[in-house]
Design a protein. Structure first.
Ligand SMILES: NC(=O)c1ccc[n+]([C@@H]2O[C@H](COP(=O)([O-])OP(=O)(O)OC[C@H]3O[C@@H](n4cnc5c(N)ncnc54)[C@H](OP(=O)(O)O)[C@@H]3O)[C@@H](O)[C@H]2O)c1
Length: 338
């Protein structure tokens, strides 16, 4: 613990859920910095899910794929053994789910996180674990005062999330809380990163659930109904800044506690206006249902800024995301790039 806790380039680190949107970018950044990466996926034989990782620069020399499932106890024991740092990003990500308590959301998020942490606690080589939480774990509470500044002391209310069946938000909140309890009891050096809504280029073959939300927003298919509107006021953050944040808190000897990771926080209407002006070729909605309006709040990101992170703008993250969507052929040829 303490000053010796950081990992450095040249060392072996583990990334769970490595084929995901965020984790793929994290693996890319780690390889670029010279790390050896042990990457866990559920099915290393699934080319659709892993081939983009195998093609990354440095992968043939320094990337190792391992199979592990969050729901299998002990699945991560072998995987984390010998690693200096562990980035636990794997978790089911979708705002909509039918059988929340057991199946899709809460069990893998909460029990899965504990499984990974238990394996880390048994591995003497592991000096620090960085857990990907979410601003979902801090911004849902019944009585949030207008103009709140949410910081690393803020927590979403589990009762409030249950009452409104916000299962993803509940899962992230409970998973992070249990992680802190476990780390304290087991003297594990844990740091958490809490990204807001992540936007940017998508490396995996298939779009992640949040990338599909962005696509729907741009195409105007997400405008009037529930989907994007359930996030009435959101922070947005570039996927590469999130990856960098994970590495910064892993490397910084003095990193402690929770790190909110976000660029600008905006109401949906304002985001819609910005995107509609910037990309007039799309039908980006600028009005969202009143009932979904949320209270004004901001996010205190000073802890990451003090570690040197300069967050990219909302314009930059959407430009980079769109460029990626164009390369994937997701828009017709008549849609010109801004
Ligand atoms: N995207 C955002 O806006 C956002 C914002 C804040 C926080 N986060 C957090 O960032 C992390 C990554 O999210 P993402 O957007 O990159 O999502 P993603 O692309 O859906 O990646 C999720 C990863 O978790 C893995 N996973 C899910 N259930 C699993 C299980 N039972 N066992 C093993 N692996 C499992 C998935 O594997 P499969 O491909 O095999 O399903 C996938 O690799 C999550 O912890 C999420 O809560 C995301």
């Amino acid at each position: 613990m303490g000053e010796a806790a950081q990992s450095s380039p040249g060392e072996l680190v583990c990334v769970t859920g490595a084929n995901g949107f965020l984790a793929s970018c994290l693996v890319k950044c780690l390889l670029e910095r010279g790390y050896y990466v042990r990457a866990t996926v559920r099915d290393p034989g699934n080319a659709d899910k892993v081939s983009h990782l195998l093609r990354l620069p440095g992968a043939s020399e320094r990337l190792e794929l391992r199979e592990a499932d969050l729901l299998t106890e002990g699945s991560f024991d072998d995987v984390v053994r010998g690693c200096r740092g562990v980035f636990h990003t794997a978790s089911p990500v979708t705002a909509f789910t039918v059988d929340p308590e057991v199946l899709e959301m809460i069990a893998p998020a909460v029990n899965g996180t504990l499984n990974v942490l238990k394996s880390c606690a048994k591995a003497p080589s592991v000096r620090r674990v960085v857990l990907t939480s979410s601003t979902s774990a801090i911004r849902f509470m019944p009585e949030m005062p207008f103009n709140s500044v949410l910081d690393d002391t803020s927590w979403s209310s589990e009762d409030f999330c249950r009452k409104y069946k916000m299962w993803y938000y509940l899962a992230k909140t409970v998973a992070e809380r249990r992680a802190w309890e476990f780390a304290e009891k087991n003297n594990l050096d844990l740091v958490t990163v809490l990204p807001s809504f992540v936007v940017g280029p998508v490396l995996p073959k298939n779009l992640s659930s949040t990338a599909l939300d962005v696509l729907g927003l741009l195409k105007g298919t997400l405008c009037d109904a529930k989907k994007f509107s359930i996030y009435p006021r959101m922070g947005y953050v570039h996927v590469e800044d999130v990856a960098l944040a994970h590495i910064l808190v892993m490397e910084a000897p003095g990193a402690r506690g929770r790190y909110i990771c976000s660029s600008t926080v905006m109401d949906n209407d304002k985001l819609g206006e910005l995107l509609a002006m910037r990309y007039p070729q799309f039908k980006v909605p600028t009005k969202f249902p009143e009932s979904y309006k949320s209270k004004y709040y901001t996010l205190d990101t000073s802890k990451l800024e003090k570690l040197g992170l300069k967050f990219r703008s909302v314009e930059d993250m959407f430009d980079d995301c769109l460029e990626n969507f164009y390369h994937r052929g997701l828009f017709s040829l008549t849609d010109t790039l801004y």
